[in-house]
Design a protein around this ligand. Structure first.
Ligand SMILES: [Zn+2]
Ligand SMILES: [Zn+2]
Length: 233
């Protein structure tokens, strides 16, 4: 399992990869799970949490798209996992609904239109779950035993969140993608302009490593180049 370590020894495991990368932040015996993956990942996720002694982790959802939130209800059912989400997506989670999905390129715009016409999008709904903590602009993680904070980075969805650890590593959900070489622009975004402004917020944290939910890590230089390009469009 791939992992990263910050200067003071906080460990970040990529506990699931593939369809949606999920990360587990570990500081001693405290754990924070960032995203929960899809239901076909459930067994793998549950086994790995158990192996790492992290079944008591709290869950932060970077946003409520199904590929991130599908195991949230089962985690709560099985382990009593507290679920944290941005205030603007609390209702989506309670209803098991995706926040609006919008294409951000000609191809993905067309794809979403077709899915909407054929009523396929509703099939992406998931088991509903109540949230335990609502995040606004920023939530300090020090009281929970982690040197960092959760930051509102909207644009991919209205309530997209990033988890910032020691202003060194950022877990960014779908606020940026790591799939296409030299690019961080996600193929889906509710409000691309706002998302690019969120990239600036991420750059301003001083973080040097950005871990997306899709694809591989991106460094600060790539994010800065992409910000400079897209802010002018
Ligand atoms: Zn998403
Ligand atoms: Zn996603």
């Amino acid at each position: 399992m791939k992992s990263w370590k910050t200067k003071t020894g906080v460990r970040i495991y990529r506990i699931l990869n593939g369809r949606c990368n999920c990360y587990l932040i570990s500081n001693g015996n405290r754990f924070l799970l960032v995203d929960s993956g899809t239901k076909r990942d459930w067994n793998r996720l549950n086994k790995r949490l158990d192996k790492l002694g992290a079944t008591h982790a709290s869950l932060v959802l970077t946003h409520c798209h199904f590929d991130h939130a599908e195991n949230a209800a089962k985690l709560k059912q099985t382990h009593g996992t507290p679920v944290w989400v941005h205030r603007s997506e609390g209702t989506c989670l309670k209803n098991g609904e995706n926040p609006v999905i919008q294409g951000s390129t000609p191809v993905t715009k067309l794809l979403i239109q077709v899915l909407r016409w054929t009523r396929q999008l509703v099939r992406l709904n998931y088991a509903p779950v109540n949230h335990d903590c609502l995040v606004d602009e920023r939530l300090d993680l020090d009281p929970f035993g982690f040197p960092g904070y959760i930051l509102h980075t909207p644009g991919h969805t209205p309530g997209s969140l990033s988890v910032i650890i020691e202003n060194e590593i950022a877990l960014v959900g779908d606020t940026l993608f790591g799939i296409f070489r030299g690019s961080v622009f996600p193929p889906f975004a509710d409000n691309p302009k706002l998302m690019v402004q969120s990239w600036k917020k991420l750059l301003d944290t001083g973080c040097t490593t950005f871990l997306p939910a899709h694809g591989s890590e991106r460094d600060k230089a790539v994010l800065k180049r992409q910000y400079d390009k897209y802010i002018k469009l």
